[in-house]
Structures are given as structure tokens and as C-alpha cells.
Design a protein around this ligand. Structure first.
Ligand code: NAP
Length: 256
């Protein structure tokens, strides 16, 4: 399928854009012609992504912004700075900011449970709400919101009670947003990655990685670019009849 130029004149915001999947999404959307706002809690890494983006000959198409998705104030000021710069809200929004704080259920600290839910679930809610409100307020007739869930939210994972709960929540949040926002032409879809090589999975012990690989029908971990390809499809009009869907990008892990 020809995809070059598929996102020309779209404005996209990508949270967690400073690393891993978020960075790959920024690069992919920019390569298809979108203007990209790289938002991350880590401003230096957001700027690194910004510098890597193609299609910005005059250095004006894209911007980087420090933003903490778990803070309503921070999300509000992100949207304000986007609208001040581009005079419009983003019509594409990819929620890739996320954290893990793993432990067994019997030992999990309440604070670690709360932190993961605050960033992964509440953060997605705050960003979706702010972007959707801005789109509705300006009378936009279409938008595409993409969340990053996880296959773990569907099947659970030992040591990730907080993360799995947050990611199941992200799926429910996305389906509800899809139902409520469809009348404004805003589609909402959830991508469920399996095991993808990024800084997040760099911390997983090699022993666990090789056990996982043996369970994956395609016999390898995924690349961030392979998740970005699916996000670009969901951002584009090629998916214009897709909303409320959860799309697994897992190499077949835990299918069915
Ligand atoms: P990553 O490389 O760790 O990137 C996540 C980015 O989000 C980092 O730059 C991180 O900054 C940033 N971030 C953390 N808290 C934030 C906050 N409160 N506000 C804004 N940005 C924040 O992780 P990844 O592997 O690319 O994961 C991207 C998304 O895919 C996550 O939602 C993750 O749960 C999901 N996912 C990943 C996998 C996988 O196998 N990698 C599988 C399933 C789902 P810091 O580095 O400074 O914390």
C-alpha cells in the first residue's frame, strides 16, 4: 500500500514521544507528512526525537514539549501551547506515555499501584479528554485518537498486577470514548503490543525474554517501528471505518 503523504496537513500529538514506541510513531507520522508534537515528561528526549524527524526543512513543522500526562494542569498547558503555535488542536493523538513498576501482587506497594494507574490510565483519560474537548470546541469534523494498551491487559502477566489493570482500563476507556465521540467524527482505537524491543523491555532479564520468544508464533520480539506502522494506519483515512477496535501487534502471542 502506498502511504507516503497519507497524513499531509494533519497535526499529531504523541505522548511518550521521547522514547521507544512513541518515538517511532513520531518518526512514522512525520514521514507520512504530518506535523508532529513530541510530548514527553523528559524534555531532553523529546528534543532528541524532534531532531530526528524528517520533513521539516525550515524547522517549523514539528515541536517538542515537556508534558506530564498524569497532571491535568500539564496536559492543559500542552494543549494551550499547541494551539498557540498551530492555531488548531491536533486531529491525531497517540497516547504512548507509559510506565511499569513491577512486583508480585502479594508484595505490591499501594503507591506503586497508584503511580502506574495515574500515568497509564488516568494520563490517557486526561489527554483524550483535553484533545477531544478542543476538537469539539473548534467544530472539527474528524479526528483519530489512538491509545497504547497491552496484550497483558487482556491476559494478565505475573508481576504486573498494576500494569495489567491499567492497560485493561485503557481498553475500556478507548471503547467508551469511541462510542461517545463518534458523533463528532472522532475515531478511537487501542493498539495492544506484545513484547516489543524498547527501553521499557530492556530491563526484562534475558532468561524471561527467551522464554517469551519461544511462546511467540513469529519467534521474535517486535520492533517499535512495527507498532508505529499500525498507529499510522489508524491515524489515516485508510482506517476510516475502524473505531472502538483493539488491534493486537504481538507476533501472534496469546492469540484467540
Ligand atoms: P518507553 O521506551 O519507556 O517510553 C515511554 C515514554 O513515556 C518515555 O519517554 C517516558 O519517559 C515517557 N513517560 C513516562 N511517564 C510519563 C508521563 N507521566 N508523562 C509523559 N511521558 C511519560 O516505553 P515503550 O516500550 O515505548 O512503551 C510505549 C507504550 O507502549 C507504553 O504505554 C507501554 O505501556 C506500551 N507497551 C509497550 C510494550 C513493550 O513491549 N515495549 C508492550 C505493550 C505496551 P521516561 O523514560 O523519562 O520515564
Amino acid at each position: 500500500m502506498a502511504t507516503a503523504g497519507r497524513l499531509v496537513s494533519r497535526l499529531a500529538v504523541v505522548t511518550g514521544g521521547g522514547s521507544g514506541i512513541g518515538r517511532a510513531v513520531c518518526q512514522r507520522l512525520a514521514s507520512e507528512g504530518a506535523s508532529v508534537v513530541v510530548a514527553d515528561i523528559n524534555e531532553a528526549s523529546a528534543n532528541e526525537t524532534l531532531e530526528s524527524l524528517p520533513g521539516d526543512l525550515r524547522g517549523q513543522a514539528h515541536m517538542a514539549a515537556a508534558a506530564n500526562v498524569a497532571s491535568k494542569e500539564s496536559v492543559k498547558s500542552l494543549l494551550t501551547s499547541i494551539q498557540a503555535r498551530y492555531f488548531q488542536p491536533p486531529s491525531v493523538c497517540v497516547n504512548a506515555a507509559g510506565i511499569t513498576l513491577d512486583n508480585f501482587l502479594l508484595d505490591m506497594e499501594e503507591d506503586d499501584f497508584d503511580k502506574v494507574v495515574q500515568v497509564n490510565l488516568k494520563g490517557s483519560f486526561l489527554v483524550i479528554q483535553a484533545v477531544a474537548n478542543a476538537l469539539v470546541a473548534c467544530g472539527a469534523t474528524k479526528g483519530s485518537i489512538i491509545t497504547l494498551g497491552s496484550i497483558v491487559g487482556k491476559v494478565g502477566n505475573i508481576g504486573q498486577v498494576n500494569y495489567a489493570a491499567s492497560k485493561s482500563g485503557v481498553q475500556g476507556l478507548t471503547m467508551t470514548a469511541a462510542k461517545e465521540l463518534s458523533r463528532f467524527g472522532i475515531r478511537c482505537n487501542c493498539v495492544l503490543p506484545g513484547f516489543i524491543s524498547t527501553p521499557m523491555t530492556d530491563a526484562v532479564p534475558e532468561k524471561v525474554i527467551s522464554k517469551m520468544k519461544a511462546l511467540i508464533p513469529l519467534r521474535r520480539m517486535g520492533e517499535a517501528t512495527e507498532v508505529a506502522d499500525v498507529c499510522a494506519f489508524l491515524a489515516s483515512d485508510d482506517s476510516r471505518y475502524v473505531t472502538g477496535a483493539s488491534l493486537e501487534v504481538t507476533g501472534g502471542l496469546f492469540m484467540g
